[in-house]
Design a protein around this ligand. Structure first.
Ligand SMILES: [Fe+2]
Ligand SMILES: [Fe+2]
Length: 435
């Protein structure tokens, strides 16, 4: 299954060229043959140039580990190059040997003539990308049992590293009512990637519901792979939805559909706001738990998610949200309740994408919680948090450089919510009620 293991790095993209300028001028020449408007062609090439610079930084010293920058044009390019290199067999295999695992991957290898051809088809493809229509959600929350267990994992759509391990652990545990992915299939959620990186590894638990949120990466390709391929495979009819029992209302929103092209801002606009107002009115005095791809705030990322908080202001000010789980940032953080709005925030985006470990600046360990847990101090934008910071054995050769992979288990037992954090291999590393 070469598409799965094919990585498109800064090193491999620039390898056929004497310098980046040559790469960009060839790219501009190809853009000019496809895009009639010269300013529009310039703009596309500028987006790619910015993406290339970001990819270089992101890749750092690890070209043989999957990276993708926060740049829509570059994620699309990685999808296109990987697909073409696999089709034309322009791949070079490599092996990474680690402490416990071996990773067999492929780097793309091509000539500058290949590049020109591939850029012609690339611009032809991306200029024609339109947005899949947004299916509306059922007006009412679907009923669920009063005892209800959720497997929660985010940014899991690599099919690599800890992702298949998490899936196998969830499948082995077996007793889940809902498998909930918080979104992102890499590089940009195209059909072939949905199949190779997502569907192939989805836990096989026929009695559990399966749901996946829309991520910024899925929307780079207009959401076609997500809405037409991924959702039908899960028997999921909309990208936002709700469940309800006697004590709880679980609400999932689509924060990616209304993102601008660059994809770096999460939004929730109409019709979801109107739908959410009705769902929350029908929730009565049940506790509301929100699930989104995007974060409302962050302590370690440079995207503070301000728009998302603004979009949901009426519900936050009414203190309608009791807990909020999100992904997008590829880490595990458990925040204290928000000082103003009261919700308990959790970032659960560590399902399978390689994320460099952060500089915690001497943050104190939290031995009462367990090994690998640290206390992070809050800021004006985000409360104090616990962060999980250990090595990642699923990235062979670079274990100490990357943050761990894993998932969460949420047990709704009557009026109680019990949270567990599981290592990818299922070890229980945090286990307590959320109060
Ligand atoms: Fe992600
Ligand atoms: Fe994301």
């Amino acid at each position: 299954m070469p598409l799965l293991n094919t990585l498109v790095s800064y090193r491999s993209l620039t390898q056929p060229f004497p310098d980046t300028q040559t790469l960009l001028s060839q790219t501009r020449a190809a853009a000019g043959q496809v895009i009639a408007d010269s300013a529009a062609a310039d703009a596309r090439v500028s987006q790619l140039a910015a993406g290339l610079a970001m990819l270089r930084t992101e890749q750092g010293a690890f070209p043989q580990v999957m990276h993708t920058p926060r740049n829509a044009a570059m994620s699309l390019l990685q999808t296109h190059i990987a697909q073409n290199a696999v089709t034309e067999n322009k791949l070079e295999s490599f092996l990474l040997r680690g402490l416990e695992f071996v990773f067999e991957g492929f780097e793309v290898r091509f000539s500058s003539a290949d590049w020109f051809r591939w850029m012609l088809s690339f611009f032809t493809w991306i200029e024609a990308i339109d947005k899949e229509p947004l299916p509306s959600a059922p007006a009412e929350a679907a009923p669920i049992d009063d005892n209800f267990t959720v497997a929660l994992f985010g940014d899991w759509g690599t099919g690599l590293y800890g992702a298949p391990v998490c899936a196998q652990s969830i499948q082995n545990e077996g007793d889940y009512d809902l498998l909930l992915h918080l979104g992102d299939v890499y590089y940009s959620g195209r059909d072939e990637e949905v199949s190779a990186r997502f569907q192939k590894f989805w836990p096989n638990l026929p009695d559990a519901l399966g749901r996946s949120l829309n991520g910024n990466h899925e929307m780079y390709t207009g959401g076609h792979g997500y809405f037409r391929e991924l959702l039908p495979g899960l028997n999921q009819t909309s990208s936002y939805f709700a469940f309800q029992n006697a004590n709880w209302t679980l609400v999932a929103l689509d924060t990616a559909y209304d993102q601008p092209f660059d994809g770096q801002t999460g939004r929730v606009l109409q019709p979801q706001i109107d739908w959410l107002r009705n769902i929350l009115a029908a929730a009565g005095d049940r506790k509301v738990v929100l699930f989104t791809h995007r974060q409302p705030f962050t302590l370690l990322d440079n995207d503070q998610g301000t728009n998302l908080m603004a979009d949901l202001q009426e519900f936050l000010q009414g203190r309608k949200i009791w807990a909020w789980y999100w992904g997008h940032e590829h880490r595990l953080l458990l925040y204290e309740p928000h000082p103003l709005y009261g919700f308990r925030g959790r970032c659960v985006g560590h399902g399978g994408f390689p994320q460099a470990r952060p500089d915690l600046g001497g943050a104190p360990p939290a031995p009462d919680i367990g090994d690998g847990w640290f206390h992070l101090s809050g800021t004006a934008d985000a409360p104090n948090a616990l962060i999980l910071d250990t090595a990642n054995v699923y990235i062979p050769g670079f274990e100490a450089e990357f943050a761990p992979h894993g998932y969460m288990r949420l047990e709704f037992r009557g009026a109680e919510l019990h949270e567990s954090v599981r290592a990818a291999g299922a070890a229980n590393i945090y286990d307590r009620p959320l109060t």
